[in-house]
Design a binder for this molecule. Structure first.
Ligand code: ZN
Length: 63
């Protein structure tokens, strides 16, 4: 058996939106230890695509 695909996990996390400079909750995809915004997701505040947003770590959101 061959295992080559990294583990992909979907979840929700805090994403910093550079357009409206707010932190919003959005669906993210985890690939290994790296999280990225699910493609095509939009900011609930300003409706901009969150592809360029930064995913923040859950526990660092309050820091
Ligand atoms: Zn926004």
């Amino acid at each position: 058996m061959l295992v080559s695909m990294p583990v992909r996990k979907e979840g929700r996390s805090w994403v910093y939106c550079p357009i409206c400079t707010h932190t919003v909750e959005a669906p993210v995809i985890w690939v290994g230890k790296k999280a990225m915004v699910k493609p095509g997701e939009k900011c609930p505040r300003c409706k901009a695509l969150l592809d360029a947003g930064r995913v923040l770590r859950d526990r660092a959101a309050a820091a």
